[in-house]
Unconditional design. Sequence first.
Lengths: 481, 599
Amino acid sequence: MSLIITILLPALFGLALTLDIFRSRRSRDILVLIAVFASSAAMWMLLTRDSGESFTLLGTAGNTALSLKLDGMGKIYAGIAAALWPVAAVYSAEYMRHDGKVRWFNACFLFAMGAAFGIALSGTILTMYVFCLLLSASTVPLVFHGMTKQSKKAGRTYLIYSVIGAVLALAAVVFVLLRGGSEFGMGGSFDPGEANTAMTMYLVGFMGFGVMAAVFPLHGWMPRDYVVATPVSAVLHAIAVVNAGVFAVIRLTFYTFEADFLAGTWAQYAAMGVTVVTIVFGSTMARREKQIKRRLAYSTCSNASYILFGVTQMTAAGLAAGVVHMVFHAIFKLGAYFAAGAVIHRLRKEYADDMTGLGKRMPVTFVCFTVFGLALTGVPPLNGFLSKWLLAQSAIETGNIMSTIGVCALLYSAFLTAVYMLTISVKAFFPPDDGEPKKKVRSREARAPMLVPMVLLALLCLASGLFGGAVIETVSALLGV
Amino acid sequence: MRNILILLLVVFPMASAPAVWLAGRKNRRSRDFAVIAVTFIELCLTILAAVMCFNGEYAADLCGINLRLDGFRCVYTVITAFMWFMTALLSPEYFAHYHNTDRYFLFCLLTLGATQGVFLSADLMTAFLFFEVMSLASFPWVAQDETGDALRAANTYLAVAVIGGLVTLMGMFLLNNLTGTLVIDELYDACKAVSNRGTLYTAGACILFGFGAKAGMFPLHIWLPKAHPVAPAPASALLSGVLTKAGVFGMIVLCCHIFRYDEVWGFAMLIVGVITMVWGAVLGVLSVNLKRTLACSSMSQIGFILTGLSMCCLLGHENALAARGVMLHMVNHSLIKLVLFMTAGAIYMNVHTLDLNKLRGFGRNKPILHFAFLMGALGIGGIPLWNGYISKTLLHESIVEFYAESGLIWIKIAEWLFLIAGGLTVAYMTKLYVCIFVEKNTECQEKYDGIKKSLSPLSAAALIGSAAVLPLLGMTSGITMNRIAELGQSFIHGGELEHAVNYFSLENLKGGGISLAIGVTVYFLVIRGFLMKKENGVRVYADRLPKWLDLEDKVYRPLLLKILPGCLGPLARVFGENKVLAPAGKFIASKLGLIKDEK
């Protein structure tokens, strides 16, 4: 029972928000914050319980029942969402301060939170599919929100890609249900039958859910939505949608199909090949891209595939490495969006070349941005190093040729990450001397509600890097590997 | 207690860095005092640790960071702290008219902690961690001036550090996968058991890439001659004296642990080492910039050390001479470069130029500068009674020994190249010495002579203090230097010395003499002949280095900035922006009647 309440809590708050009783912006802001913190607290209370609790939402005949279940993998995704959503909400409240029409925006923000919780707690593939649709449905209005020509276009693109993904995923879901798929379980939940058909359907499902994780060539929605408000991009890319896609692929690979069944087959090579191509592609494009949010979007594209690269190794170590990267990536990518958003919000500068010399105007923001950049590149002792190390280590252990290519792709991508993240920091802090005498510049640092989340995340990057052993142990224990 | 002390060596400077930065925001003087105090305390701590270490080695382990203290590490932590302290003494005067000095000191102390971490690390993972922090924290040193040249050099430095780090990481993946351990002391046994030698050599080469780049090994030395001239002098002294040694630390792990007694690796290192040694010296002779010459000299001296390391591999169990030579040449080079770069800094802060033709004659009638520079020059030139002679003799003897053992003609050639590189060292140091302290400046000699008080007492103390060490070590070699060499052996793994080396025997003096003769010949024939030209009736030093010899501009930058993105970029663009897939999808959809044609 507590499972469904946790999912419904943010959604109910969202509904309350759409009522006409909250007229002043202050009361609405406070309600959103209360909603997010309360839902997040409820989720944390749930997470402290033992795994195994389940709840049937809709009992129907056969295996098409909708049911919820609390297990280790779900706890990790729910934990990421519950921990980072409040941070994003605080930031968002400040960022959207001058936006006139935030009622539906905030409501959708809360619906999305409920949907993300739903995905985390889903007990069967059909339930997860339904919540994925709900997540898409509640995030589409967020992309449309600005209602400018560009954001309408971005929204349409996002909608189209979501539909493509939904259709592909549905095919896989139907296949699994027809073959008698039941509740998620490590080591597969159904009898795949004829191997080649099953593997084809796995790939269809991989691509379908992969749309949310922006795997090549279905990544197109991601760089388009740079026109939307920064907190939305941040939540979409760092917490909710991308991680939901990755999470769904993990559920599909390890909890529906069996990893051992897929390991060593052409399906594994194909899926892994897609992730390797996405890694190379995403970082190459990120380097080419000058608009900072598009750059971060392409970076997310490649980083989501880092995680999937771990998953498609089809080993326990690979899964653990991927999930650890999922946790860390959420932290530093959220932070990187926050820092970029702060610059856009305060100085209206959004191109990499415009960042020259801004380090003196927004020192804290750019120090944080540098920390996130270094973490993203994978510089020790920050957390990104640890997860990349695990990913490459588990890849080399599997010993197949595609994994070795993947490790080279990881290194190539790490180099480009250094280029596309650190050039911004270098420009910001070390502007070329143009011969003019140095003027004292007025600080234009963002206000506390934007600054504090950023600094917290930067510290978290360092802490989770230094005490990474604890994170790895927790993740492994939750996954039971 | 011991464990806390060893951690403190790393943590203390890093923790005090923000405090120093904050102090600098309030007041310049208190910050300068704080920097000197912090580095002095660090020096005391290292000495305390070294003294305690005599009771046996000890180790510390904190969240995966594995530190260890033995003879070699004692010597190098003390030297690191000593050099930081000396440059801190020079800094208040040097940075008096600089901008952004708080930033410099912040990163200076962060780098100190990280460098200590590299030298103290007991496994490659820890070494890599601190190595990366060190590389990145020293980036702002190079960019300090924020001029176009400085930023370009800084970007090169950063690129080399990042790429080097990644390649090293790749090597560590491979090594860990082959051996299952990265603990330095376990690597020899683990690597000996590896049957797949090809992969092991690949792993070694990858690890060498990153550490070699930092040390200035050919062909990855490109950052070195560019970064040193633009960095502030105290920073150059540290970059050249200590940070390159962090690279050498990694190479010692490779040559003396992973590939101990491995001949293939030894020959590969010999080739790289000899090229680095000779090419650095040639660049030094050709340079017309004071700090660039010193930077090229650093590269060349690293080549000497690499040659010594290759001999450690090649000589097998009889590598006592080579191992002691490596240890001593590392120490000597650190101390000598400290003196020389600080002298260069003292000159620069008075005349604000590094061009030899402009600062010509500045050193006349300035006894402190004269003394310091002369000590450094004699030390690095390998003149008997100064410290450089001792280590070069040992290295030379080890090559001779290997020639006697193997009889390979290549080794004879290597020996001669060794002597020639030594000669070139004498030549470019003579060039600098004559230019600064002997020749007169035709334009502003009176102005230069007018600068009587060119140094503050603090700076003078730093210069004299660090310069006096050099002959002191050289003249008491039997006691001090042998002791230092012995301390390094538990880490470098040299064999037992069969009999004490008589540094001043005729045989050994002969090697030094040959180098000296080559040096004098090169100086008079090449430098005074070919490398000088007449300009307005005055003989000036000419820059005869051909532009096409610049590896960075001709090879690396085009490769990284043009060719790689040129291949992958368009591909990514065609597919990525959906220039192909989206129109194709639209075309199919419109044919099927799913969407209306937009026209």
